[in-house]
Design a protein around this ligand. Structure first.
Ligand SMILES: C[C@@](CO)(OP(=O)(O)O)[C@H](O)COP(=O)(O)OP(=O)(O)OC[C@H]1O[C@@H](n2ccc(N)nc2=O)[C@H](O)[C@@H]1O
Ligand SMILES: Nc1ncnc2c1ncn2[C@@H]1O[C@H](COP(=O)(O)OP(=O)(O)O)[C@@H](O)[C@H]1O
Length: 285
């Protein structure tokens, strides 16, 4: 794709998230896990653009290497919305993929949410946020939070959302270069599944943890090394089911200073934690 053509598109943000903590309370009969987590939305992410076409085709360019288009959450979300709303049109979708995949920062889920929110507007579907979130849940447990677009506590499988306001903090997010499959971690028999429920009002970072972290560190010593390295500088924790690890700073300069000394084998980025998603900001007139 010609760069000048790409630049002329109206790009929609698809932000990343962090799980500031992740507690596993139990397991439902369908095998899904009952969670408590705090989704922190970040100001950094992927971007998507949409070109409406009169044919019925839904295309994505560029495709994501290693992900078949029919399995791509972007295409799946567009098809789901089109079917749900009885739309007889197609769309060419363009992607700027900036986020590492399978790192626990929600890139795929966020992409799906951005497609639902953007095409709801562009196809004039007129679904409200809760209808869109319910559609999103069919694509993944993390999609509703990105549709709702607020930093939130979540219970259930991740869909029972309570928006919250956190103090603005800066995060250094580091990718150890390892892909951790969410389903693989949840299949582990030694995964702790009995953390007691907490009241959202009682949340502090220090009093919480990530129940997946020990297993991922045991399986992937590189994640343990990364965590140990970051802990020299700031409170740090793995996000989601891994493998990215984040460190928390009160200001951007301190976060960037540590990023500058990051060993070359790892890649990272600095992002601001935001209470309202950049996707929601775009929808505002
Ligand atoms: C646990 C989290 C925390 O953010 O992990 P990350 O994927 O971000 O690392 C997410 O909620 C994941 O959400 P998402 O990645 O959308 O998961 P899904 O596609 O719905 O599920 C992938 C697989 O994970 C397992 N799964 C997922 C969510 C959940 N509450 N219990 C589960 O047991 C199921 O085996 C499911 O087949
Ligand atoms: N648009 C997409 N972006 C990223 N991953 C996708 C997408 N569509 C499908 N996937 C699949 O979902 C998996 C998890 O991706 P991602 O959402 O980035 O990670 P996580 O759930 O760990 O935060 C990927 O490894 C990939 O196989």
């Amino acid at each position: 794709m010609d760069n000048t053509v790409m630049q002329s598109y109206d790009w929609w943000p698809s932000p990343a998230k962090l799980n500031l903590f992740l507690h596993i309370l139990g397991r439902y009969e369908n095998g899904y896990h009952q969670l408590q987590t705090l989704f922190q939305i970040l100001d950094r992410g992927d971007e998507l653009a949409f070109e409406l076409v009169s044919s019925n085709d839904i295309t994505l360019s560029p495709s994501i290497p290693g992900v078949n288009d029919e399995d791509n959450l972007i295409i799946k979300a567009a098809k789901l919305l089109r079917e749900h709303c009885g739309i007889n049109r197609g769309v060419n979708i363009f992607l700027r993929k900036n986020l590492p995949m399978g790192g626990g920062i929600g890139g795929g889920s966020s992409n799906a949410a951005t497609v639902l929110v953007a095409l709801n507007a562009l196809w004039n579907c007129k679904l409200d946020t809760s209808e869109l979130a319910a559609l999103g849940l069919k694509l993944g447990a993390d999609v509703p939070i990105f549709v709702e677009g607020h930093t939130s506590f979540a219970g259930g499988v991740g869909e029972a959302i309570t928006a919250t306001e956190l103090n603005e903090q800066w995060y250094l997010v580091v990718n150890p270069g390892i892909h951790v499959g969410t389903a693989d971690i949840f299949r582990e028999s030694s995964l702790p599944r009995n953390t007691p429920a907490i009241e959202w009002d009682n949340y502090t970072f220090d009093a919480t943890h990530n129940d997946c972290q020990t297993i991922v560190c045991d399986r992937h010593p590189e994640v343990a090394l990364l965590l140990q390295w970051l802990l020299q500088f700031a409170p740090s924790r793995m996000t989601g089911t891994g493998a990215c690890v984040f460190a928390i700073f009160s200001d951007e300069i301190s976060a960037r200073r540590v990023l500058d000394t990051l060993p070359g084998k790892w890649t990272g980025f600095v992002a601001k934690g935001v209470n309202t998603s950049p996707l929601l900001q775009k929808l505002k007139p």
